[in-house]
Design a protein around this ligand. Structure first.
Ligand code: FAD
Length: 382
């Protein structure tokens, strides 16, 4: 008997899809190439309150709670955005993935670990690993296989527009556990960060396109870190895949390039896309229709949910790429204006920056700074 749904990858997107499908009674198989879910970790573990609640798990993986951020530029300009209430949590990401998988398994999803998908022939995935060579047949396939998506490569799909490389280390260091720190100039193509995991411990890291290792070595040196107990490397896909369905398959999470181009966070959009994919898969199985017009329902759902936010984020990312240190310092200076700072605190949303941009565009002090965005016709996105 074919499975109703086969999911490739047991990250947050894969397990969210598996859980939703299994709860609805679909026969569901989730295939993961690693033997332990959640490892290797490829994440800074900073989740907005909304992103964490999307995981639908206990508080056990939460290491710290943060209420704001300090942005510090290379020229010494600094701004503190303090919401004074919890805005995000810092999590043990491996524990998040594990709890999500456990919840899907309890709902009835089957997991096959240490098993890698290396081919798709018609409606059958070909796997190798701990169980030897196997073939599993599906009615619908969900590709949740992360930034390097084997399934996208096998189908020759066009991928995300930009791939950033990331490196991060956990180190002992004094910190104010309430605030994340952002260093835009330490990685001019994106940014560097310091995330407090608790009193006296931080995660420092950065993402970029070029000289990533060299810049990371400079960052580590600045913090005087002699050694680290946890080193993370990973890839961040930015810019939407032109088409996220086809061949009875739906692409979710990083496999579809859904990481947010403003923050690099991909858990929120990954899980939400997975639930949209699961809802589409449930509809297809109910009606026994798996053609492209039926699968297109998935793209309509995620576009309506967060498509505009990702488009806007990609334009902001483009602006950031062209910005000099001085221009960035000018923006930080302008953001210090009390009415602008108040708007950031009230309307800032890590997952949905559109609302804040709309508010800022109404502030005369911000208009010259947002000019490139306004000229790019961004109003139609807001
Ligand atoms: C340095 C760094 C820091 C980040 N920090 C944050 C952060 O603080 N907050 C945030 O929200 N996001 C962050 N992200 C992004 C976030 O980690 C991803 O967006 C998120 O993990 C995407 O989830 P996913 O389920 O789509 O993919 P993944 O988590 O990558 O899961 C894909 C799974 O598929 C498996 N797989 C791949 N190929 C196969 C195959 N052929 N067969 C079987 N299994 C396969 C993999 O082993 C993996 O388990 C960060 C990323 C990087 C690189």
């Amino acid at each position: 008997m074919p499975y109703d749904v086969i999911i490739v990858g047991a990250g947050p997107a894969g397990s969210a899809a598996a859980q939703t499908c299994a709860v609805q009674g679909l026969s569901t198989l989730c295939i993961e190439e690693h033997g332990t879910i959640g490892y290797p970790v490829q994440c800074a573990g900073l989740l907005s309150n909304a992103a964490f609640s999307e995981c639908r798990i206990t508080d056990r993986p939460v290491l710290n709670r943060v209420s704001g951020a300090r942005v510090i530029t290379g020229t010494g300009s600094e701004i503190l955005i303090d919401a004074k209430i919890q805005k995000a949590v810092v999590v043990d990401r491996a524990a998040v993935d594990r709890e999500m998988a456990e919840s899907a398994a309890e709902a009835g999803a089957e997991y096959r670990l240490k098993t890698s998908v290396y081919g798709v022939e018609g409606n059958t995935v070909l796997t190798r690993g701990a169980y030897g060579h196997e073939e599993h047949t599906f009615k619908i396939l969900i590709a949740a296989d992360g930034p390097r998506s084997t399934i996208a490569r096998l189908y020759g799909m066009d991928r995300a527009k930009v791939f950033l490389a990331g490196i991060q280390a956990d180190i002992p260091h004094d910190c104010d556990p309430r605030f994340v720190e952002i260093y835009p100039d330490a990685s001019p193509e994106f940014f560097a960060w310091s995330i407090p995991t608790g009193p006296g411990r931080i995660r420092i890291g950065l993402c970029g396109q070029t000289r990533v290792r060299k810049r990371f070595a400079e960052l580590i040196k600045k913090f005087g870190a002699a050694s680290t107990t946890h080193l993370v490397t990973g890839t961040l896909p930015l810019g939407l895949m032109p088409r996220t369905y086809g061949h009875r398959t739906l692409f979710v999470g990083d496999a579809a390039g859904f990481a947010k181009p403003t923050s690099g966070g991909g858990v929120y959009t990954g899980i939400r896309s997975a639930r949209h994919a699961a809802a589409t898969a449930i509809g297809c199985c109910e009606h026994g229709i798996f053609d492209d017009p039926a699968l297109a329902e998935y793209e309509r759902r995620w576009q309506a949910d967060f498509g505009r936010e990702l488009e806007l984020g990609f334009r902001l990312f483009g602006m950031r790429q062209k910005m000099s240190e001085e221009e960035l310092a000018g923006i930080i200076q302008a953001l210090r204006e009390p009415s602008i700072l108040a708007a950031i605190i009230e309307h800032g949303d890590m997952d949905r920056p559109g609302r804040l941009i709309k508010k800022l565009m109404l502030n005369p002090g911000m208009i010259p700074l947002l000019k490139p965005l306004i000229l790019s016709g961004i109003r139609s996105f807001l």
